[in-house]
Write a protein that binds this ligand. Structure first.
Ligand code: PMP
Length: 347
């Protein structure tokens, strides 16, 4: 009773956000208390799934649309076209709603049912392209996006692989947040590589802020050529490259990285399950990939190291894939493999 009276006596202060835009960023860092127990380093996971559209790509979508509007490249009401594995599309669809731009997303049949439903819910127009088409084929997502953009008057392609405002978003927000949240103690930064925007942008900020002390490590899925290895099927959503080895998209700034570490598919999905079971953290497959790298680095790190690892999105978008036994079994992901080392260039 007293407590209720005390509260009622407090002066009223409004605590209201102006719009969903104010929910982007400032995501929490949470320590792995079970999986990293006994290791010399602390492992802190940055939960990008807490962004309003559910992933780190909300930062990118806001930044690239804001900058394109400011430069005049994106006219008021003009259509945005992007080829996306899901998260960038969802971010763009969300920001498109707030800023009055129609959004067309070109995707493949590998996209999860949950992400497809989200894109539809945010009102994006969906176009399916051939996920098996080679990067240089006219039927792949990028080529189809080009064609669609040329057919819609005034359409603008956000081009997440080439647009500097993608790594720019992480340089301006993700990196500074990690620096502040870790009280400048971060020693290692780990992020899975898709376009390269996260690892390049936040990685560069952390390198600069620490005078080069922070080690920046890219997490690479099996089958991706980002480690200079041979191409094979990639079973982790949103990450990895099928471009020829030693060719990197514009937004993957290889020189920012100290290392690229590849993890086999079984370990990725076993880590996703362990995060849910041991830490009650329901995260997506690329988070499992990055956390597996972080734990590997933690095992041999100097005592007192602080490893910050990005979780790009939450597991709720993968309930019918990463958390579905039948899907996992159908992809052979429940059986450990003795992974052969990825063949490297003789050079
Ligand atoms: N995880 C998921 C699920 C993604 O969709 C992406 C972006 N494609 C990434 C990780 C990698 O982020 P980036 O593009 O910044 O390298």
């Amino acid at each position: 009773m007293t407590r209720i009276r005390d509260l009622a006596a407090e002066p009223l202060r409004e605590d209201v956000l102006a719009s969903v835009a104010d929910l982007v960023g400032n995501t929490p860092l949470v320590a792995l208390s079970v999986l990293a127990a006994g290791l010399p380093a602390r492992v802190l996971v940055k939960l990008e799934g807490r962004n309003p559209g559910g992933s780190a790509k909300d930062r990118v979508a806001f930044n690239i649309i804001r900058q394109a509007e400011a430069s005049g490249a994106l006219a008021p009401g003009a259509t945005i076209v992007e080829s996306s594995s899901g998260n960038t599309g969802i971010g763009l669809a969300l920001v498109g709603r707030l800023t009055g731009h129609p959004v067309v997303i070109v995707h493949t049949d590998q996209i999860s049912a949950e992400k497809l439903a989200l894109l539809t819910a945010y009102g994006a127009t969906l176009v399916e392209a051939d996920g098996t088409a080679r990067p240089d084929s006219p039927r792949n997502t990028r080529a189809v996006s080009e064609r669609i953009a040329s057919e819609i008057p005034g359409a603008w392609q956000s081009q997440q692989f080439e647009n500097d405002d993608n790594p720019g978003a992480h340089y301006a927000s993700t990196g500074p947040e990690i620096w502040r949240q870790s009280a400048h103690r971060v020693t290692h930064f780990v992020a899975a590589i898709g376009t390269g925007g996260t690892v390049s942008g936040a990685g560069r900020f952390l390198k600069e802020a620490s005078d080069g002390r922070v080690r920046v490590i890219g997490a690479n899925p099996a089958g991706s050529t980002y480690d200079g290895g041979a191409e094979a099927e990639i079973l982790v959503d949103g990450v990895g490259s099928r471009w020829p080895r030693d060719w990197w998209p514009h937004n993957f700034h290889r020189s920012v990285l100290d290392d690229v570490i590849t993890i086999d598919n079984y370990t990725v999905y076993a880590t996703v399950r362990a995060l849910a079971r041991e830490e009650a953290l329901l995260l997506g497959p690329s988070s499992g990939l990055a956390v597996a790298v972080a734990l590997q680095v933690a095992r041999t790190a100097a005592p007192g190291s602080v490893i910050v690892v990005i979780s790009p999105d939450a597991g709720t978008n993968y309930l019918t894939k990463a958390f579905d036994q039948a899907w996992l079994a159908s992809q052979g992901l429940l059986t450990p493999t003795i992974s052969a080392p990825t063949p490297k260039d003789p050079s």
